[in-house]
Design a protein around this ligand. Structure first.
Ligand code: KG4
Ligand code: ZN
Length: 348
């Protein structure tokens, strides 16, 4: 099966072609156009994002098809993100994707963006297959899942407030770093490797007396950590001197929390694989901390390369192929939604 994927949920216009069957699926092409205009505003401006998708989408799709040496007539399905995301941005990709499928008399598959993130790593690591524990950490979402099989997901925990990437971006702003802040914080924090850190922040939502069944056992929360950073920044008499140490202190607290919650899920479901996804999975110190903690317990850690960790259409095409193989197509009146539950949720 050959599937075109389209992703326009936020500020990346992306198209990709995947081909294969079952677990043997390969990436034939991937084009990602990142919108730079938002940088000056310190965050994504929805109206600008929608309009930029409108001008970029046709050439991006044409390039992805050409790179894969294929054409619309040779596709078996079009997979497109329908939720969650910015509705105006989603509508551009969804309207285009459905029209392309209809014109070529092939099926359209609406893909949930977070299910796409779940599939991204499998494109690079054949061993990143269910069952596994998944930690999805992006700019908009933080989800801890037990993936019993493709299409069968237990949602164990989520963020109560800010997503992990959002916390990175907001703390970066407090420290006077550019948007998006994750890579800048990581770079500063990494340089502080050997120095004993002067700033230790409380690990949010992490207490040893939490037990399975407690609402807080798997959930995370980062707004308190962000406030603690704000207080520390305000108290600093020399931010130039303290910036990197604060970045390191923040990142350590966030990573410790994510690693501990993931370790709890691995133990509870006795999984031997952990799959990371979303933009924050680019963070090398997060991946290393996961390995340090979980490899001794017999769990292998799989993280996507940066271009498949951040938003891209390859993961949408891959998830779409899974659904297309099962005949799970979407009606042409499928609508875009700012939020929607992950499909395939089963009881914890
Ligand atoms: O998955 P993604 O591309 O977009 C969403 O679906 O939201 O994630 C973007 C997020 C941003 O918040 C960005 O700061 C963060 O991923 N990010 C990082 C790193 N690279 C990107 N966070 C921490 N460390 C990084 N190296
Ligand atoms: Zn994403």
């Amino acid at each position: 099966m050959r599937v075109l994927g389209i992703e326009t949920s936020c500020d990346e216009t992306s198209a990709a072609v995947v081909e294969g069957a079952g677990s043997d699926v390969s990436l034939r092409s991937l084009v990602i156009l990142s919108q730079d205009a938002h940088r000056v505003f310190g965050g994504v401006v929805p109206e600008i994002a929608s309009r930029a998708h409108l001008t970029a989408l046709v050439p991006v799709v044409e390039r992805a098809l050409a790179d894969a040496g294929t054409s619309p007539g040779a596709l078996d399905a079009v997979a497109v993100t329908y939720a969650p995301g910015l509705v105006g941005a989603l509508l551009v990709g969804l309207g285009f994707g459905k029209a392309l499928a209809w014109a070529n008399r092939i099926g359209a598959v609406g893909v949930h963006h977070m299910e796409g993130h779940l599939f991204a790593t499998a494109l690079e690591h054949p061993d990143a297959r269910p069952p596994f524990t998944a930690l999805l950490v992006s700019g908009g979402h933080t989800m801890l899942l037990d993936v019993e099989d493709w299409g069968r997901y237990r949602l164990l925990g989520a963020t109560r407030d800010d997503a992990a990437g959002e916390a990175f971006d907001k703390v970066a702003k407090l420290l006077g770093l550019p948007y998006p802040g994750g890579p800048h914080i990581e770079r500063l924090a990494m340089g502080q490797d050997t120095a004993p850190n002067r700033f230790r922040f409380t690990r949010p939502m992490l207490r040893s007396n939490q037990r399975p069944g407690d609402a807080e056992y798997y959930d995370v929360s980062f707004s308190g950590l962000k406030t603690a950073v704000l207080t520390t920044v305000r108290a600093s008499d020399d931010l130039e001197r303290d910036r990197a140490d604060i970045a390191r202190g923040f990142q350590d607290a966030l990573i410790d929390t994510l690693v501990e919650k993931t370790a709890r899920a691995v133990a509870a479901y006795q999984r031997t694989r952990v799959v990371l996804g979303g933009g924050v999975a680019c963070n090398k110190m997060l991946v290393a901390a996961m390995r340090d903690r979980l490899a001794p317990r017999g769990a292998a850690i799989y993280a996507p390369s940066p271009r498949l960790a951040t938003d891209n259409a390859a993961m949408i095409a891959r998830a779409g192929l899974f659904h297309a193989e099962r005949g799970d197509f979407s009606p042409l009146d499928l609508d875009a939604a700012a939020s929607a539950p992950l499909p395939g949720l089963i009881e914890t």
